[in-house]
Design a binder for this molecule. Structure first.
Ligand SMILES: Nc1ncnc2c1ncn2[C@@H]1O[C@H](COP(=O)(O)OP(=O)(O)OP(=O)(O)O)[C@@H](O)[C@H]1O
Ligand SMILES: [Mg+2]
Length: 608
């Protein structure tokens, strides 16, 4: 009596469907991807009861003739691949010939399709994988697919579906992803007769993001200037430094037009943002990575959600370099906004008549006002400081000077930045005038950024000086940690640690860096090693130390309530402006915010 049987085709299809079709959103994904592969210009999706009642996808793509329509429902029938060789260079979203038969095996399925030039179309009805009817039909060119009663023949699966609202939101997310991935295609989503979103064909990704997410989101994004390298092109939009979310929900990644989740790209992003991102936060990205299809394996996940790169390091570096470059370009643009002559041109304000259409020059208006309310001594001090009565020209700082040392304006040198200092609010926020309006600088966050970059550059050049311990410590570590420390001794030394092997997996620690203040150095060293080891092996060695610095720099920075002398403020700003990433602290929080004239005008009702 044999124990092994070949499963009936119907059951085999259901098993396959189990992997491919998890919920209504998976059906939408497969059908919409088919429409995209079929060169549709417009794709309309309608769902009822969260998609478990009905999913209808209508496209104006190339359609199918009768024979192809029949074949498309056979398992392993595809127009997108001919041989195993093709599997290594997939250009389309689909390639397995699995989706339609899988969907048809777990629903009541109806397809009506007609080639663009065809005189008539074909309608095929299938229930739970059984062909019920095939007939000529007169629908418009393109393909319409209706999937009703999803999983009606698999009650166990149906039970796993969540509420209609949850399923509908998965569908919506899926369609938004496809809409971002393919801006030139028009998309419509209707739920129970209500229009959930509509995205007309867009000229660019930027337009599509604006249509879907609103102009405020687009304003917070930076467009990548693609710079192809090593056969990889990275393009799209990324969030500005300091812009982040607590989940990956707004991290959209595409590889060769396919929306994917990919750890290699995520590592590249994190490395590229580095200290421009708060711990535990994720960047907002609409990132497109294009490369030779032969360098990426798309056949690694049943729902085609993941890909594997032949050379992950190159991809990670390309992403990280792109992010770094894009943030740096934004920094240059940002810095420029502070370079302006002392006398700003008057800004016309609509919609008031010309006689009143200007904002009062803030210099005479604001400063006397401050004097009137000069309840604190230091305001007088501010005004007596000669450099504050006019624009403060700041020169590049001397790299060795302390950020709180008296200002050093190098005679005859060209001022690097010009802006007007207005005062300090609540012993914390430095107020400045920029060409666009008001800038508030958080003195603590700003100082953290300065200290961080200073220590980092020390670490990269000569190394952070070590503070010798009066009594050396011995710390027992695991053999693995011990090996790791031995191979990374040079990096640890640059970070300011003086340690040497003491035999038997024990280390002798003679010195620690000044920023590494802890009550219990042996525990702290173990934790540090743990943390450093857990970073990706390929993370640049020097970058490892940055996290440790970022963590401790906070303790040394000037605090919120520290009263600063005008000269100190001036120096702080000067040093901040020459930082590589001046607009956020090493933990990714902003060091400054800007309130533009347009926002002020709106608040004062001068503009709607
Ligand atoms: N909307 C459509 N317009 C035109 N042709 C389509 C459409 N949907 C499916 N087809 C045709 O039917 C075939 C089978 O589709 P199916 O989705 O099952 O497989 P696939 O897209 O080739 O691969 P995968 O299983 O990876 O999606 C496709 O290869 C394509 O030729
Ligand atoms: Mg397909």
């Amino acid at each position: 009596m044999p124990r092994i049987f070949v499963l009936p085709e119907e059951v085999a299809s259901q098993v396959a469907a189990g992997e491919v079709i998890e919920r209504p959103a998976s059906v939408v994904k497969e059908l919409v991807e088919n429409s995209i592969d079929a060169e549709a210009n417009r794709i309309e999706v309608a769902i009822a009861r969260g998609g478990s009642g009905l999913i209808r996808v209508v496209d104006d793509g190339i359609g199918m003739d009768r024979d192809d329509a029949l074949l498309s429902l056979e398992r392993h029938a595809t127009s997108k691949m001919r041989s195993g060789h093709d599997l290594a260079r997939i250009h389309t979203l689909g390639f397995r010939g699995e989706a339609l038969p899988s969907i048809a095996s777990v629903s009541r399925f109806r397809m009506s399709t007609r080639p663009r030039e065809g005189l008539e179309g074909t309608e095929i009805v299938v229930s739970a994988g059984k062909m019920e009817s095939v007939r000529a039909a007169g629908d418009a060119p393109g393909t319409q697919i209706e999937v009703r009663s999803l999983f009606y023949n698999l009650p166990a699966r149906r039970k796993f579906l969540r509420t209609d609202n949850t399923e509908a939101s998965h569908v919506q997310h899926q369609l938004l992803l496809q809409a971002i991935g393919h801006p030139n295609i028009g998309f419509i989503l209707i739920r129970d007769k209500n229009l959930l979103f509509q995205a007309p064909p867009a000229k660019s990704l930027g337009d599509r993001i604006r249509d879907l997410r609103g102009p405020e989101v687009l304003e917070e994004l930076l467009e990548i200037e693609p710079a192809p390298a090593n056969g990889i092109v990275v393009s799209g939009f990324i969030g500005k430094a300091g812009m982040s979310r607590s989940s990956r929900a707004e991290q959209v990644l595409f590889v060769n037009g396919r929306a994917v989740e990919n750890i290699t790209i995520q590592h590249g992003l994190r490395e590229g943002y580095h200290t421009a991102l708060m711990k535990g936060q994720y960047p907002v990205t609409f990132l497109f990575v294009e490369m030779d299809p032969e360098s990426v394996d798309v056949n690694v996940h049943p729902a085609k959600r993941e890909v594997r790169f032949r050379d992950p390091d190159t991809v990670r570096n390309a992403v990280s370099e792109t992010v770094h470059r894009t943030l740096a370009a934004d920094r240059r643009r940002w810095t420029q906004s502070f370079r302006r002559p002392a006398e700003a041109p008057m800004r016309p304000v609509s919609p008031e008549p010309p006689a009143q259409t200007r904002v009062v020059n803030p210099q005479p208006a604001l400063i006397p006002q401050v004097e009137q309310f000069a309840l604190r001594r230091d305001w007088a001090e501010f005004h007596s400081a000669p450099s504050l009565e006019k624009s403060v020209p700041l020169t590049p700082p001397n790299p060795v000077e302390s950020p709180v040392a008296p200002p050093a304006i190098i005679a005859g040198s060209k001022p690097l930045f010009e802006f007007k200092l207005l005062g300090i609010l609540g012993n914390l926020y430095i107020l400045m005038e920029s060409p666009d309006g008001l800038v508030l600088v958080d003195q603590h966050a700003a100082h953290e950024r300065i200290l961080f970059e200073k220590l980092r550059s020390q670490m990269e050049s000569q190394g952070v000086p070590t503070q010798r311990l009066l009594i050396p410590l011995t710390v027992a570590v695991t053999p693995k940690d011990y090996d790791w420390i031995a191979t990374n001794a040079e990096t640890l030394e640059r970070m300011g640690f003086a340690m040497e092997p003491f035999g038997n997996s024990t280390l002798k620690i003679d010195g620690i860096p000044p920023y590494f203040s802890t009550d219990n150095p042996s525990v702290a060293v173990r934790l540090l090693v743990d943390e450093l080891r857990s970073m990706t092996l390929t993370t640049s060695r020097l970058r490892m130390g940055e996290d440790a610095i970022a963590k401790t720099v906070c303790r040394h920075a000037i605090k919120a309530n520290d009263e600063l002398h005008p000269a100190e403020v001036e120096n702080l700003l000067k040093n901040l402006m020459t930082c590589e990433l001046p607009y956020c602290c090493p933990h990714g929080r902003p060091t400054m915010i800007q309130i533009g004239y347009s926002e002020l005008e709106k608040k004062f009702g001068r503009r709607v």
